[in-house]
Design a protein around this ligand. Structure first.
Ligand SMILES: [Zn+2]
Length: 438
């Protein structure tokens, strides 16, 4: 048993002094006061830092990190047609590994300890998926591999390598889940891409897999206005109503974005216990709009945060998304009290664990020992008297001093411990050096 002490520790409601985080193997054994540290525990004093549960990225596409800058400043259809589709055709297994390493490295250095990779470059198999999982292992980050289901006959111009028959996607998802069963660092979860790329039958098939594996099921939903119009034209109803009609709403479903929804649709989501991943930075970056998060929270809808893909944000920091979430809510509702720092902090930690069905985002006993230590000397955290507000609103990445995943310190002094940054830069240049921005 280890007993980690720090000047301040976040206990889920605020920063407190005089506590220790007990760690047994890769799990937390809870927070205790200093005089209750068990005899025989090995003490580690981390000194002048504030210890928080590691942040949880509930939605991303790691390979897109390689496309950063190439896709920026376009309308959504040009972002997709001029860059996402053609550039994602250029990536082989080596590049996919590099892209994942890049995204996971950025995330870890920003204090993310659990990350979702919603992955669809399948080439009709699981070989590329394994490269992504290898990249997660190389960095030490905890990975939710959300294996996409993308219909063979989806009416889009998406590359063939994305596409599979639903029953093949289901079999491959279960095959991966079996391969990594019992691995504390890897969770395999099904992810029908969206209503424009997965039919209601495919979504039902993915939900069955989720039920079998006892995990959530991820789905992009109502991201942009064009998508809502497209679904209305094709199915004669709106995205959430279509899912309701087909009996696909339920507590396993995690919908991503969910920007273009009306009050009645929010009620349907709340009633069914659906979770939502809010991606405020990506929604703004792509010009999609702003999700109605305070209205969701008021209805009891579970909400977590994600940066989304590297070329749609372009940052891999959940602290950044906390800040964006508060700013967007305040700007949209013209109300400076629309979302507090404490709420945003919970969305990026505990709520992420709840939505992913994993014991992360909290120091409660039994959760994974995932933590981020913030350097209290960092200027961006001053004044310390109102630290929680600084963490959400003013903190710079320079404050992230140490990151622990499953009890292992994987970032120390702001430096990765498991991989070499210079080597990573070389790999990124090898893949992208000859590319030009369309
Ligand atoms: Zn996405």
């Amino acid at each position: 048993m280890r007993a980690i002490t720090a000047e301040l520790i976040h206990d889920g409601s605020g920063f407190v002094t005089g506590r220790a985080l007990l760690v047994q193997g890769d799990r937390s054994a809870g927070l205790v006061s200093l005089d209750a540290i068990p005899e025989g525990a090995v003490r580690e004093d981390w000194g002048p830092v504030a210890l928080l549960p590691g942040t949880v990225n509930a939605h991303g596409h790691a390979f897109q990190n390689l496309l950063k800058g190439f896709a920026d400043d376009r309308t959504f259809d040009l972002w997709r047609d001029d860059v996402l589709y053609p550039f994602s055709e250029r990536l082989d297994g080596h590049d996919i590994y590099t892209g994942a390493l890049f995204a996971f490295a950025e995330a870890l250095l920003a204090g993310v300890t659990t990350t979702v990779d919603f992955f669809y470059l399948h080439d009709g198999g699981n070989g590329n998926a394994r490269r992504v999982i290898e990249a997660a292992r190389a960095t030490g980050i905890r990975l939710v591999f959300a294996r996409a289901f993308y219909d063979e006959d989806a009416p889009s111009a998406a590359p063939v390598r994305y596409r599979e028959k639903a029953h093949e996607a289901a079999a491959r998802c279960k095959e991966l889940a079996r391969e990594y069963e019992g691995d504390p660092l890897i969770s395999i979860q099904p992810a029908p891409h969206s209503l424009h790329a997965a039919s209601p039958e495919t979504i039902a098939c993915a939900l069955e897999v989720a039920h079998e594996l006892d995990v959530p099921c991820h789905l992009h939903l109502a991201e942009a206005a064009y998508e809502r119009a497209h679904i209305e034209e094709r199915y004669g109803t709106t995205p959430v109503r279509l899912l309701y009609r087909e009996g696909l709403l339920g507590p396993r479903l995690v919908t991503i974005h969910t920007v273009w929804v009306d009050d009645e649709e929010l009620d349907m989501l709340a009633e069914a216990g659906v979770g939502v991943v809010h991606c405020p930075g990506a929604n703004a970056f792509l010009g999609d709009g702003i999700a109605r998060v305070p209205e969701m929270i008021a209805r009891g809808i579970r909400v977590a945060l994600g940066p989304d893909g590297g070329c749609a944000n372009n940052r891999q920091s959940i602290f950044e998304e906390m800040r964006q979430a508060t700013l967007m809510a305040k700007a949209r509702l013209v109300d400076g009290s629309a979302m507090t720092a404490g709420v945003a902090l919970a969305l990026g930690t505990k709520a992420g664990g709840d939505l992913l069905g994993m014991p992360v985002g909290s120091f409660a006993a039994g959760c994974f020992a995932d933590a981020v230590a913030l350097d209290l000397d960092d200027l961006s955290l001053q004044p310390l008297a109102t630290l929680e507000h600084q963490v959400v609103s003013s903190m710079q990445a320079t404050a992230v001093a140490r990151v622990m995943v499953g009890g292992e310190i994987v970032v120390d002094g702001g430096r990765p411990q498991r991989f070499d940054l210079a080597e990573l830069r070389t790999r990124i240049a090898e893949t992208t050096g000859a590319w030009t921005r369309p």
